[in-house]
Design a protein around this ligand. Structure first.
Ligand code: TYD
Length: 134
């Protein structure tokens, strides 16, 4: 996949004096059916997570709280996306090398995934990834 297929998607947002509300519907606000949801929290300072690619899994990541960077690489081009608001998220197509870093204190990353967890879907070696996307 090409990095231009990765994109920030703005979500619906209801601004209200009682507090704001945003939501996501599968195959509408994001281009896949949600098979799994996970979240990353209590990340110690200075830690990088997710140095890997997925062969099939697509993801949508929202910073529900705090901020962090998602670094994407399609084997040729590298791009950094900073997520720091809960009314938008980053769509990551399959076949992207991705890393997450610069987590702020108390940051909370919500991840919606298009597949069930499958260890065999991971590519952990950057050189193997490069060969796979050539
Ligand atoms: P991993 O994907 O390596 O985390 P990150 O990409 O953020 O570094 O997952 C960490 C551990 O959690 C790993 O042992 C697999 C397990 N895990 C599941 O069992 N199910 C899941 O849906 C996810 C995302 C991870």
């Amino acid at each position: 996949m090409n990095i231009i297929d990765a994109k920030i998607i703005e979500l619906p947002k209801f601004l209200d004096a009682r507090g704001n509300l945003s939501f996501i519907e599968e195959n509408k606000h994001i281009p896949f059916k949600i098979e799994r949801t996970y979240w990353i929290y209590d990340v110690p300072g200075g830690v990088a997570r997710g140095g890997h690619a997925y062969k099939e899994n697509q993801e949508f990541i929202v910073a529900l709280s705090g901020s962090f960077d998602v670094i994407l690489d399609d084997g040729e081009t590298r791009k950094v996306f900073t997520l720091n608001r809960s009314h938008y998220g980053l769509y990551i197509p399959k076949g992207m090398w991705r890393q997450m870093e610069n987590f702020s204190t108390n940051s909370l990353a919500l991840v919606l995934a298009s597949t069930k967890f499958d260890k065999n879907d991971y590519i952990y070696d950057y050189e193997v990834f490069k060969l796979a996307v050539e």
